[in-house]
Design a protein around this ligand. Structure first.
Ligand SMILES: [Fe+2]
Length: 385
């Protein structure tokens, strides 16, 4: 599928290659600077870029959500072995924080419940986890249970683990300064890689090294955003589709000297998507990768998309803010939420984290199209992609 390019502003992205990354690994791959290598607490998780690592374009994949096999009351996750745990809702409709459950100890039945629980709550925060010390392979094996893992087209990853998407902000004043060189803020709401044909769904994020404060992640609930709309607006959105594209992300990575592992892609997804596990409808729009509504003229598309972006981004009453702590692991549903980083540091310190994402179902507006490879065939043909 050929990409469709439009000009967008570059924003600092700690998951992308930075011009200061002049270090080399023993195998000769690019990595962070020597100074940052010496300051890192978890060298086995450092991002590397191998110029010879190339992947073919993703093709349609059928997906079965493990959350559909969850127990009725999620008893396999919450009430086994009389374990002591605490669950606290961050807000009534988005986000739960859990203490007393060790993710690494969950069996397959508990993991099915976990998948459903993340679909229901959007974002789930697990405190005091032992994941980081177990190394990249453990985290990858944990997440593979839920489905195939996405390999990011441009971000750095530990040498033997291409599925592990690393975000690394180095301890340099230059990196701090670059955040606000062209923007007054670092806010950039998005759903990770929404340009993918099979959209990224269950996502795990863990911080390895972080400052005492700063670098929070903000999440917004796109189920609630849909529910807040009037029936007339909900009806207007039915049948509309957005073109999502990674062309600009790939270009800004290339400009910084980074490596392209997979060519950029563009795909069409419905604005109103349905979650197969909960049956809830939700908006599937984000400014970072959404380009235009294919059924509308440019001005109409800009008008409607700007309304939807502002609707989600301005409504603090459907959002949460996650403050990271050592050994906190967060799982989120990348379909029913959007998120943004918050780069509010004033001193040069390392922030090092990893992300693993399951490739979920191809987004559909109606469950009758679930796992239908021919879905939107006419729209793709009309756009020539
Ligand atoms: Fe993200």
């Amino acid at each position: 599928m050929s990409p469709v390019a439009v000009a967008v502003e570059d924003k600092y992205d700690a998951s992308q290659f930075q011009p200061s990354y002049l270090g080399k690994t023993a195998k000769g791959n690019l990595t962070v600077s020597k100074e940052n290598q010496s300051l890192t607490l978890y060298p086995e998780y450092l991002p590397t870029w191998n110029p010879f690592q190339k992947y073919p374009p993703y093709k349609f994949q059928k997906f079965h959500d493990k959350g559909l096999e969850a127990s009725e009351e999620l008893t396999n996750l919450f009430s086994r072995n009389n374990q002591k745990y605490k669950v606290r809702k961050l807000t009534p409709k988005l986000g739960s924080e859990i203490e007393g459950i060790q993710l690494s100890q969950l069996d397959d039945l508990a993991k099915k419940d976990l998948s459903r629980f993340v679909s229901e709550r959007g974002v789930v925060i697990f405190k005091d986890q032992d994941f980081n010390a177990k190394g990249p392979q453990f985290a990858i094996d944990f997440m593979r249970f839920f489905g195939p893992l996405h390999i990011h087209p441009t971000s750095g990853s530990p040498e033997a683990f291409p599925e592990m998407h690393i975000t690394f902000r180095g301890a340099s004043q230059r990196e701090i300064d670059s955040v606000f060189a062209r923007n007054t803020n670092s806010i950039s709401w998005h759903s990770d890689c929404s340009y993918s044909l099979n959209a990224l769904q269950l996502t795990l994020f863990s911080c390895l090294q972080l400052p005492e404060s700063g670098g929070d992640t903000l999440f917004a609930n796109t189920v609630e955003a849909y529910n807040r709309l009037s029936p007339a607006m909900q009806q207007r959105l039915e049948g509309l589709h957005i073109l999502h594209s990674s062309v600009e992300q790939a270009e800004s990575n290339k400009k910084a000297g980074g490596i392209t592992r997979r060519e950029p892609e563009s795909n069409i997804h419905p604005i109103v998507r349905i979650n197969p596990t909960t049956g809830q409808k939700h908006l599937y729009v984000n400014k970072e990768f959404g380009r235009r509504i294919i059924e509308l003229k440019k001005e109409e598309s800009d008008y409607l998309l700007n309304f939807l972006y502002n609707h989600i981004e301005d409504a603090q009453d459907l959002q949460i803010r996650v403050a990271w702590q050592p050994n906190t692991v967060v799982l989120w549903n990348n379909a029913t939420t959007v998120h943004t980083p918050c780069v509010d540091f004033s001193e040069p310190v390392i922030r090092h984290a990893y992300r693993l994402s399951v490739m979920g179902e191809r987004p559909v507006s109606d469950l009758k199209y679930l796992n239908d490879e021919q879905y939107l065939k006419d729209e793709y043909e009309a756009l020539g992609i």
